[in-house]
Ligand binder design. Structure first.
Ligand code: TXA
Ligand code: MG
Length: 353
C-alpha cells in the first residue's frame, strides 16, 4: 500500500484533500490526522473490519480498546447510554478538548472497537483539522495514537510516517501538535468518577466542574501499583513509550545536585564507551558538557515540556543512544501526567538526590 501524505496548513484551501480523507474513512480505510494531543490513526469506529485494520497496522493487542472521536456532542447519545448529569457537564465544559470520557456503550458500537468491553471511550478533539475531518467523514472515528505499539506517540506527521509508511492509506499533515501527550481519560460510569490516564485536564479541574471528589486509578501511579493491581484502562498495563536506550530519571529539589548527578552518571557510561543522551531543559542545557544533550522545553512552561517529550525520545532512538538520563519534573497537577509518561518510558527507574 502506498501511503499518501497531504499537507493541510490552511483548512479553507484544502477542501478536496479533506473530502478525500473523509471518503477513505467511509470506505473502511485508515487515515492518520493531528489532534491537539498527539496524532491519531483513524478508521470508521462503527465498522469492525475497519477498526481491525488499526490493530494490524499498529501491532496492537486486540484487548486494548479504541477511543471514538466525534465532532458534535449530540453523537454521544448515538454511541452511549446511561449518561449521567455529571458526565454531560464534564463534556459540555471540556469539549472540544483533551478529555476522553468512558460511558456505557450502546449496541451500535462493536466489541471489535471496545476490546470486548461494555463501555466506550469518547472524545471530541479541539484541533481544527481533526474536527473538520470527522465532520466531513460523517462517521465516529476510532483513533489510537498513530505509533507502532510500544513506541512513543507521534507529535508530528514525520513521526507517523516513520511508523506507518506503507501500512495506511493517508497521513494528514497538520504540523506539530500542541500538548504532545495523550488526553486525560475519566471513567464516568461509576458512582465516583475515576481518572484512568492523567493528562492536560487535571483532577482539580474535573473536581471543580463535577463538584465532588474524583479519584485516580491507583494502579497508574506507581510501579508497585502496576505490578499489583490491573489498571482499568487496558492500554495502561503495557510498557508504553519505551525508548530503545535505557532511561533513568534523576529527580531533586536542588537543580545543581540534579545536574551534577546526571553529569556523573553520564560520564561513567561515556567512559565505558556507550552512547549517552541527556534530557535537559532550557534552563539547564548549557550545564551538560558531555553526551547527546536535548532540550525538552522550559521549566517555566509545562506544555513546552509535554510537547517535547516524545519527540526527544524518538530522536534518541534514531541516534542509537544506549543510556538516557532525564531531569525529573514536579508531580503537581499536569506535572503528574508528564511524569506518568516519563516514568513509564523509564520502566519506573528514578533516582532521588
Ligand atoms: O489523546 C488521545 O487520547 C489520543 C488522540 C489520538 O486522541 N488517542 C489515544 O488513544 O491516546 P490510545 O488508543 O493510544 O489510548 C487509548 C487508551 C488506552 O489506554 C485504552 O486502553 C483506553 O484508552 N480505553 C479505551 N477505551 C476504554 C474503555 N472502554 N475503558 C477503559 N479504558 C479504555
Ligand atoms: Mg497510544
Amino acid at each position: 500500500m502506498k501511503t499518501k501524505i497531504v499537507k493541510l496548513e490552511q483548512l479553507e484551501h484544502n477542501e478536496n484533500e479533506l473530502k478525500e480523507a473523509g471518503q477513505i474513512l467511509r470506505d473502511g480505510g485508515l487515515v492518520a490526522f493531528p489532534t491537539e494531543t498527539v496524532y491519531g490513526l483513524g478508521a470508521d469506529g462503527l465498522n469492525s473490519e475497519a477498526s481491525a485494520k488499526i490493530y494490524s497496522a499498529k501491532g496492537r493487542p486486540s484487548d486494548n480498546p479504541l477511543i471514538l472521536h466525534i465532532a458534535d456532542i449530540k453523537t454521544v447519545d448515538v454511541l452511549a447510554k446511561d449518561v449521567s448529569k455529571e458526565a454531560r457537564k464534564v463534556m459540555e465544559v471540556f469539549w472540544p478538548g483533551p478529555l476522553t470520557v468512558i460511558l456505557n456503550k450502546k449496541e451500535v458500537v462493536p466489541y471489535g472497537t471496545t476490546g470486548g468491553l461494555d463501555t466506550v471511550a469518547i472524545r471530541m478533539p479541539s484541533h481544527p483539522v481533526a474536527r473538520e475531518l470527522i465532520k466531513v467523514a460523517g462517521v465516529a472515528v476510532a483513533a489510537p495514537s498513530a505509533n507502532t505499539s510500544g513506541r512513543p506517540s507521534p507529535t508530528t506527521a514525520q513521526h507517523v510516517l516513520q511508523d506507518m509508511d506503507g501500512r495506511i492509506d493517508m497521513i494528514v499533515d497538520g504540523g506539530k501538535v500542541g500538548i504532545g501527550i495523550e488526553s486525560t481519560i475519566v471513567d464516568m460510569t461509576g458512582e465516583i468518577p475515576m481518572i484512568l490516564r492523567p493528562g492536560y485536564i487535571t483532577k482539580p479541574m474535573l473536581e471543580q466542574v463535577i463538584g465532588k471528589e474524583v479519584r485516580i486509578d491507583p494502579a497508574i501511579l506507581s510501579k508497585e501499583g502496576m505490578d499489583g493491581i490491573r489498571p482499568k484502562a487496558p492500554g495502561m498495563k503495557y510498557k508504553h513509550y519505551a525508548p530503545k536506550g535505557e532511561l533513568t530519571i534523576v529527580s531533586s529539589h536542588n537543580m545543581d545536585n540534579m545536574v551534577q548527578t546526571i553529569n556523573k552518571l553520564a560520564k561513567e557510561k561515556l567512559d565505558a564507551g556507550y552512547v549517552v543522551g541527556i534530557i535537559a531543559t532550557e534552563e539547564t542545557k548549557d550545564q551538560y558538557p558531555n553526551g547527546v544533550v536535548k532540550e525538552i522545553g522550559s521549566r517555566k512552561d509545562q506544555v513546552s515540556i509535554s510537547a517535547g517529550l516524545y519527540s526527544v525520545l524518538r530522536d534518541f532512538d534514531d541516534a542509537g543512544v544506549e543510556f538516557i538520563y532525564s531531569e525529573g519534573f514536579e508531580q503537581d497537577d499536569f506535572g503528574q501526567a508528564i511524569m506518568n509518561r516519563l516514568l513509564k518510558a523509564a520502566g519506573y527507574e528514578m533516582i532521588r538526590v
